[in-house]
Design a protein around this ligand. Structure first.
Ligand code: HXC
Length: 514
């Protein structure tokens, strides 16, 4: 073959593989409102930055007529590129090729790009759109999944791992995204479940649609499996780009600093907390009033909304924000909010992101449901994750900090480096109402007007204990500060702890309560 013929032959081969499952399958994919694997990669990465590898990988399966079936790229596209200038490894399953089903060669392409990401110390992005284990390949498909899960686990805490669910992600396949740090879903497109509607109908006799079983809303609002929800694939890709700017490439680096910006005008930190102690407010207003450009990028916004977690910047540096949300269940810690906070805290600690905690909660949620659902075990995760974290930890007590909630929300006792409290802070074993009812029970019951006596005793307790000064007198907090001073104190605390190095007892690993 002449040189020119070889080039032509190569171009034809490449064109064939790049056309995936062919025009009909692509048409079907687009008709479902989905982009193709390569369109998705191109839309996520910087223009012209994608370099594809393993284009000509082929499966070795001869069963069920597979020896006569060439599958373009074995149904997955892999490569490297950049997002906003940050290098990433990426793979996208191609549903137009055998439903993106995962055979051994398909899995090996994925594990190879995962190994690259680990060696190069750069984030991994995986786009899932697949019918699951390739049925014809039997146990070899299962082997492939196992090899992916193994690497997801080894990569955890070493490089950020991002999963994007853009089609079916069913059966055991869901466990790769579940092992990664962030899961993105899109309305009407993402479908994630262990057992599908048909199995549920057969085994349980219940009818349910894929959407109601494991659609985007279910995974973001009910199960908490997904972290980001979008109405369209393009909106989802913008979210991914934004996330990448907040996090470092790997666990040996810090997130890149950005040019510092003051909060936007109109965010007045003095005017957020209502004067009545039981009136709710949106804690995100506090975050926006103190962070750079009032830009708060919330994670798991739609699930366990009684706690708020997400990324922001303080004088150009990324911070991880954890804040009780008085708007929902008065900001209590419960089973789900404990899980949400603990996982986020561990991500920030693994990736050198300082933690800033805003506290306003009456404690853990009481009730039979919570006790039976394991609020003890789940709540312990918050204590564990804050205690083991060695990144700079800065806490601001805004209002209520009662009981176990006070301790759990990154108190000095769990190793906070700086604890500040606003004058509105109430740091006590429990709220004044509950406390007065218990310690003054005899006086209240014996009084001619028990209600008047209760009011008097609540006022007495509030005056004495519902303030930050006893904690300040004991050195449990470092400073009582004005709300308007919060940003300056936070920036200074971040700068002064930039070189913080704290060690922990030597061990193979801890045994957290998960
Ligand atoms: C082989 C598959 C496949 C699979 C789909 N295809 N899933 N081939 N193995 N798992 C093929 C179809 O045969 C079809 O090929 C093409 O992909 C497109 O599929 P359609 O069914 O036409 O698409 P659609 O109607 O959109 O339905 C999508 C679907 C459905 C809901 C995902 O295909 C489906 O239910 N697939 C099977 C899902 C499943 O049970 N997977 C195994 C789960 S067990 P042609 O040639 O006709 O175009 C599992 C265990 C993992 O994953 C355990 C890991 C620990």
């Amino acid at each position: 073959m002449s040189w020119l013929s070889k080039i032509r032959d190569f171009l034809t081969r490449r064109e064939t593989v790049i056309s995936g499952g062919g025009p009909k399958a692509i048409e079907k994919q687009l008709a479902m409102g989905k982009l193709t694997a390569r369109q998705r990669i191109t839309a996520i990465l910087d223009p012209d930055s994608f370099y594809e590898y393993d284009l000509f990988v082929e499966h070795r399966c001869a069963d069920f007529g597979m020896d006569k079936k060439a599958l373009a790229g074995d149904g997955v596209v892999t490569g490297t590129g950049t997002i906003m200038g940050y290098p990433v490894c990426i793979f996208a399953q191609d549903f137009t090729v055998a439903g993106g089903s995962l055979g051994l060669a398909h899995a090996r392409k994925i594990t190879k790009i995962m190994d690259h990401a680990m060696k190069l110390g750069i984030p991994l992005i995986g786009i899932n759109d697949s019918g699951g284990a390739r049925i014809q390949e039997g146990v070899n498909s299962l082997a492939g999944y196992g090899e992916i899960f193994y690497r997801n686990t080894l990569a955890s805490g070493v490089i950020p791992q991002i999963s994007v669910i853009l089609g079916p992600c069913a059966g055991g396949a869901v466990y790769s995204p579940a092992l990664t740090d962030f899961v993105f879903v899109v309305e009407g497109i993402s479908k994630m479940f262990i057992t599908g509607p048909e199995v549920i109908k057969t085994v349980l006799g219940e009818e349910i649609s894929m959407e109601d079983l494991g659609g985007a809303r279910v995974q973001t609002e009910i199960s908490g499996n997904a972290h980001f929800y979008a109405d369209s694939e393009l909106e989802c890709f913008e979210q991914i780009k934004k996330l990448v700017t907040f996090i470092p490439w790997n666990n040996r680096k810090k997130a890149d600093p950005y040019p510092p910006k003051p909060p936007k005008p109109g965010h007045d930190v003095e005017k957020i907390i209502p004067s009545e102690p039981n009136r709710p407010y949106d804690v995100r207003d506090v975050v926006r009033a103190v962070c750079d450009d009032s830009d708060f990028f919330e994670v798991q916004k739609h699930w366990a909304a009684n706690i708020v977690v997400g990324f922001a910047r303080m004088h150009g540096q990324t911070i991880g924000v954890v804040a009780n949300q008085p708007l929902v269940l008065a900001g209590v810690l419960d089973v789900d909010s404990s899980d949400k906070a603990a996982r986020f805290i561990r991500f920030c600690d693994a990736f050198n992101i300082p933690l800033v905690t805003f506290v306003d909660l009456p404690g853990y949620l009481p009730g039979v449901d919570q006790e039976h659902a394991g609020v003890i075990r789940h709540g312990a995760k918050v204590l564990y994750s804050y205690s083991e974290a060695t990144v700079p930890k800065i806490t601001v007590i805004l209002r209520k900090a009662y009981g176990g909630g006070y301790i759990a929300m990154c108190s000095r006792h769990l190793g906070a480096d700086f604890v500040f409290a606003w004058p509105s802070a109430e740091i006590a074993v429990m709220g004044p109402e509950g406390a007065a009812n218990i310690i003054f029970r005899a006086e209240i019951q014996g009084a001619p007007d028990p209600n008047a006596m209760r009011r008097e005793k609540v006022a007495e307790y509030t005056e004495k204990f519902a303030n930050p000064y006893i904690a300040a007198a004991n050195g449990h907090i470092d400073a009582v500060i004005l709300p308007a001073e919060t940003r300056d104190f936070l920036i200074h605390a971040m700068e002064i702890s930039a070189q913080k190095a704290e060690s922990r007892p030597s061990k193979k690993h801890g045994v957290p309560p998960f």
